[in-house]
Structures are given as C-alpha cells and as structure tokens.
Write a new protein. Structure first.
Length: 140
C-alpha cells in the first residue's frame, strides 16, 4: 500500500494586458475630461473667472488638456509596465509627484485666488480619476 501526495498547482495571476491598461486608461481619460469640464463650467456658473493672464479658458479647454496629459500619463504607464520592477508602485509615486508639480504653475498664474483654486481642483479631479484606474491595471 502506498500513499500518494498531490499538490494543487500554485495559483498564478497574469499581469493585466496592455489592452486592458489602455482600455481602462482611455475610459478614465474620457471620464476625467468630462469631469474637469463640468468642474470648470460649475465654477464659472458660480462666478469664478476662468481667465488667466486676461484670456478666458473655455471649459472645453480643460477637457482638451486633460486628454493630452492623460495620454502622456498612459505612455508613462506603458513604460513603467515594461521596465519597472513594481509598476503599480512606480506609477502611483510618479503620478502623485507629477500631480503636485502640476499645481505649481497655478500658484503663480496671473489670475485671482478663486481661479487659481479652481485650476488646482481640476488637476486633482483628473488625477483622482485617472491614477487609480490605471493603477488597477498594473501589477503590484
């Protein structure tokens, strides 16, 4: 009589695909663009000027810049996915640092205090949407 011992194969979790990263990143980009445009329009509706250096920024301009910088962020995520030992951690650290740095020009913008605050809020709104959506699609 012999005893046989079997072990279950170790569970493996594949890294999320590039496709899922880009799909979720694109979805977050669209959502963030809409959210920043709505935030800008809401600020304007309550009387906050959207003028910087005397030139008004239309709410659609907030959406456009959100898309541009979110796409740049997705490119960073792709590079980190390929080369970083811990892409999710690297992504979060990098994007939080870039978000903080993105607030610096707003502090020095030729605009009133409420406008500066609104500009900063739109940066934080976009970051709060895009950063976690992309992080979920990067391996820890």
């Amino acid at each position: 009589m012999s005893a046989t011992c079997t072990t279950a194969p170790a569970a493996t979790t594949a890294a999320p695909s590039v496709g899922s990263l880009l799909r979720d990143g694109a979805g977050a980009t669209v959502l963030a663009a809409a959210a920043t445009a709505v935030a800008a329009a809401a600020g304007q509706a309550v009387g906050i000027s959207l003028a910087v250096s005397g030139s008004p920024i239309p709410p659609s301009g907030f959406a456009t810049l959100t898309v541009i910088f979110s796409v740049l962020g997705l490119l960073i995520a792709l590079v980190l996915r390929r080369f970083a030992n811990s892409p999710r951690t690297a992504w979060i650290r990098t994007t939080v640092a870039l978000t903080v740095l993105s607030l610096v020009p707003d502090v020095f913008a030729d605009a009133d205090t409420a406008t500066k605050a609104l500009l900063m809020v739109t940066h934080l709104v976009a970051a709060a949407i895009v950063i976690p959506a992309v992080a979920r699609r990067l391996r820890a």
